[in-house]
Design a protein around this ligand. Structure first.
Ligand code: AMP
Ligand code: MN
Ligand code: MN
Ligand code: MN
Length: 276
C-alpha cells in the first residue's frame, strides 16, 4: 500500500524547511505520494518537483487556501492543481495581498497588549515576502519570551478573543473551490476538527462545502482525536465526499506529526486519490 501525505508546508509559506528539504525528508521517511500545500502560494512547487525527480516519490501539486466562511477562517487544500492556471494564480494573489496590512494590524494589536517590535520581529522569520503569517508572529513571540513554543503562543495570543488577534476577510468558499476546479484540482476541507464552531455549524460547513462543489475532507490530521477520525470518516460517507490525509508538517520541533506519520485512511472512506 502506498504511503500518502497530502498536506505540508515549506519556506514558501510558514514551514521551516525549503521545498527540496521537505521532499528529501518525506522520501527518506517512506512517503510515496507527497503534496506540498503552502498557504495561498504555489511558488515552491518547481523546486519540490526538481527534488522529486529521479526519486520514487511522486509529488502532487498543492496549496492551502485561506477562506472566510460566516466569519470563521477555514482552510481548503487544493490537490493536483495546474500551478500555472491564471484564475488560480489571480485568486491566490488576491488572498495574499491582504496579508501585509493584516500583519501590521496584528503588530498594532500586540502593541496595545504591551508587546512592541512585533512587525519587525515577525519579518525576521518571514521567508517569502508575499506571505506574512501568524506563525511568523508566533516564532517572534517565542523568541521574545512571551510563550514557551508556537503552540503555547496560540493559546495566549493571535486567536479570536486573545491579544493580537485581528479579523480578516479571506476568499469566499465558492471562489476558492471554483479556482481550484479551474486549475483541474480537487478541493479538500482541511482539518475540520480544528475549527471553533458548534456541532451544528460544523455540519452546516460540510454541507456548504459540498454544495459549493467540494470534493473531499481531511479525515486524518494531527489535530484530530480518534473519535474525530471516526466522525469525519462517517461525515465523508454521508455527504458523498472522499477522504484525505495529511501531516500538516511545518518543520522540525514545530509539528505534532512528522512527514508520513499517519495511519491508513479508515475502512469505508473513498480516498481522494481514487480517480487520480
Ligand atoms: P495565518 O494563515 O496567518 O492565519 O496563520 C495560520 C497558521 O498558524 C496555521 O497554518 C498554523 O501553521 C498556525 N497555527 C494556527 N493555530 C495554531 C495552533 N493552535 N498551534 C500551532 N499553530 C497554529
Ligand atoms: Mn501553517
Ligand atoms: Mn490549515
Ligand atoms: Mn496547513
Amino acid at each position: 500500500m502506498l504511503r500518502y501525505d497530502l498536506h505540508c508546508h515549506s519556506t514558501h509559506s510558514d514551514g521551516l524547511l525549503a521545498p527540496a528539504e521537505v521532499v528529501r525528508r518525506a522520501a527518506s521517511r517512506g512517503v510515496d505520494v507527497l503534496a506540498l500545500t503552502d498557504h495561498d502560494e504555489v511558488a515552491g512547487l518547481p523546486e519540490a518537483q526538481e527534488a522529486a525527480r529521479g526519486t520514487s516519490l511522486k509529488l502532487v501539486f498543492g496549496s492551502e487556501l485561506s477562506v472566510s466562511w460566516n466569519d470563521v477562517t477555514i482552510h481548503v487544500v487544493a490537490l493536483r492543481i495546474d500551478p500555472a492556471n491564471p484564475r488560480l494564480l489571480a485568486g491566490l494573489a488576491a488572498i495574499r495581498s491582504g496579508r501585509e496590512t493584516r500583519g501590521q494590524r496584528i503588530a498594532e494589536a500586540l502593541r496595545s497588549a504591551g508587546i512592541s517590535g512585533a512587525w519587525e520581529g515577525a519579518l525576521r522569520h518571514v521567508t517569502n515576502e508575499r506571505l506574512v503569517s501568524r506563525t511568523h508572529f508566533a516564532r517572534f513571540l517565542v523568541e521574545a519570551g512571551h510563550a514557551r513554543d508556537v503552540k503555547d503562543v496560540f493559546s495566549r495570543y493571535l486567536t479570536p478573543g486573545l491579544p493580537g488577534y485581528v479579523s480578516h476577510d479571506w476568499a469566499t468558499l465558492a471562489d476558492a473551490i471554483d479556482w481550484i476546479h479551474a486549475a483541474g484540482g480537487d478541493a479538500v476541507l482541511a482539518h475540520p476538527g480544528r475549527y471553533k464552531v458548534t456541532p451544528s455549524e460544523l455540519t452546516q460547513l460540510i454541507a456548504d462545502f459540498r454544495s459549493a462543489g467540494g470534493d473531499a475532507i481531511e479525515v486524518l490530521s494531527p489535530s484530530h482525536s480518534a473519535a474525530q477520525v471516526t466522525q469525519f470518516a462517517s461525515l465523508a460517507r454521508v455527504h458523498g465526499l472522499r477522504g484525505s490525509m495529511g501531516s500538516d508538517y511545518h518543520g522540525p520541533g514545530e509539528s505534532l506529526l512528522d512527514l508520513g506519520d499517519l495511519p491508513p485512511l479508515p475502512a469505508g472512506v473513498t480516498p481522494v486519490w481514487t480517480n487520480w
